[in-house]
Design a protein around this ligand. Structure first.
Ligand code: ADP
Length: 432
């Protein structure tokens, strides 16, 4: 945005004006002396006329200076110069330079876009109507100290901006310095969102831990009280306590795994691992659960090894989560298929796809985009009943991200769900 255009020519220099006035006075003196020598005018009258002409030649200088137009002031005022305008325009964040009264001298395109009500030569207080900003501006002007305020923008999306008002000394036309106010806006939205996520996460994690903890202390009280001498009740309560303790341990395990994967998210695994024994190991480990839920697990894997650059422990967690979810939530379908294929991704690169398909109730489409959020569950009660923590798919997504892969979730309600983990295929070594 072009903020300032002091394109008018420079002011007429004093030397020029002096020369013009001298010429006028010499011409007047010569004319008057001719008239006096011709006896048409007395010397006294001639002197009076000369003084009038001299005044007429010199007084406009003063008038011109005092009645200088605003454009002339702008032309010679350093604050209003094109150089200052260029500096403000070049600032990466929205920036506005105000005079002592809060009037806008310069603003850059980002500021004009952020607050379209801001106009040059108008008071910023009228454009940014927030009482917090007006107070900060007034205080900064009065104390000539920096002040901060929050600027909230709601269109097109919610944005939190930190507004910093910094007094800046600027040279004035007649020497010395005046204080202008530089207002800069800094977008705090990403930080706020992270902070909100962190607060949500802590609240969710505490809540998830507090529930089994409350159950445990409740049963301890009961065992110390009325169930003290009841071996049958004691046996039953100990069983429930064991389940609750397992749930807590699982939650802590998942939280630790998640933070470990997040910490190393930027480091891509570089060890070559064969996916087939990892998938078989997970399926074997989950056989008791499959038997308990009466689900038949079909494994369709190719014969030759399928190598990817991966972290074995993380891959075990990944397949464990996907197959266990299929066995828990899709048990009613009685069948789970685990298969491995390869194919081209949308960008044309080759990828390995491990598909876990169940034939259970499936997932309604509105839940699909949120399934990988931490603690998100379609049915909280059902998940808790199954010993779930709500962190499994979030962990799967993070592990896949670290492996530069992706997770596909497809489901048709009442027909089951398919979770596909896609890994980039390693390139064969180049032979020379
Ligand atoms: P949880 O620990 O609750 O299993 P996950 O992150 O693994 O947490 O899964 C999130 C939610 O996604 C589950 O609570 C469940 O509602 C749903 N879900 C996951 N897998 C399936 C599946 N195969 N069929 C139906 N719903 C599923």
């Amino acid at each position: 945005m072009a903020i300032d255009a002091p394109s008018s020519p420079t002011a007429q220099p004093w030397s020029d004006r002096l020369r013009h006035s001298t010429i006028i006075l010499i011409a007047a003196a010569l004319a008057l002396s001719v008239v006096v020598s011709l006896g048409e005018l007395s010397v006294l009258h001639a002197v009076a006329v000369f003084l009038c002409i001299a005044a007429a030649a010199l007084i406009p200088w003063r008038l011109h200076d005092t009645a200088a137009s605003r454009d002339d002031v702008r032309r010679i005022n350093p604050v209003e110069s094109a150089a200052v305008a260029a500096v403000v325009a070049g600032m990466p964040d929205p920036a506005v330079l105000l005079d002592r009264a809060g009037r806008v001298i310069h603003l850059n395109a980002a500021a004009a876009q952020l607050a379209p009500a801001l106009r040059r030569n108008e008071l910023a207080q009228f454009a940014l109507r927030s009482p917090e900003i007006i107070t900060a501006l007034r205080e900064s002007i009065a104390t000539t100290e920096p002040r901060r305020a929050t600027y909230l923008d709601h269109v097109p999306v919610d944005r939190w901006m930190e507004l910093i008002i910094t007094p800046v000394p600027v040279p004035t036309t007649f020497g010395g310095a005046d204080k202008c106010m530089l207002m800069t806006f800094h977008d705090q939205t990403p930080l706020r969102r992270v902070e909100e996520m962190r607060a949500d996460f802590v609240a969710n994690a505490s809540h998830e831990l507090r529930t089994p903890l409350a159950a445990l202390s409740g049963f301890i009280d009961t065992l110390q009280g009325q169930a003290k001498d009841d071996p049958k009740a004691r046996e039953r309560f100990l069983g429930i306590m064991h389940n609750q303790a397992t749930r807590m341990a699982r939650l802590i395990d998942d939280l630790l795994s998640l933070s470990r994967v997040e910490l190393s998210a930027h480091v891509r695994p570089d060890t070559l691992v064969d996916l087939l024994p990892i998938i078989r190991q997970v399926a074997d480990g989950l056989e008791p659960l499959a038997r308990e839920r009466q689900v038949e697990v079909e494994i369709h894997l190719p014969e030759p090894p399928v190598m990817i650059a991966g972290d074995r422990e993380e891959l075990l967690r990944l397949f464990e989560n996907l197959i266990e979810n299929a066995l828990k939530y899709g048990a009613s379908g009685g069948r789970v298929i685990v298969s491995l294929t390869s194919g081209a991704a949308t960008d044309g690169t080759q990828e390995i796809r491990v598909m876990v398909r169940d034939f259970g109730p499936g997932i309604a489409p509105e839940h699909l985009p949120r399934l990988t959020e931490r603690f998100y569950r379609v049915d909280v009660g059902d998940s808790r009943l199954q010993g779930g923590t709500g962190l499994g798919l979030s962990l799967v997504k993070h592990i896949l991200n670290r492996h530069r892969g992706r997770l596909l979730i497809e489901s048709v309600p009442k027909q089951g769900a398919t979770f596909t983990a896609c890994f980039p295929q390693i390139r064969p070594p180049v032979t020379v």
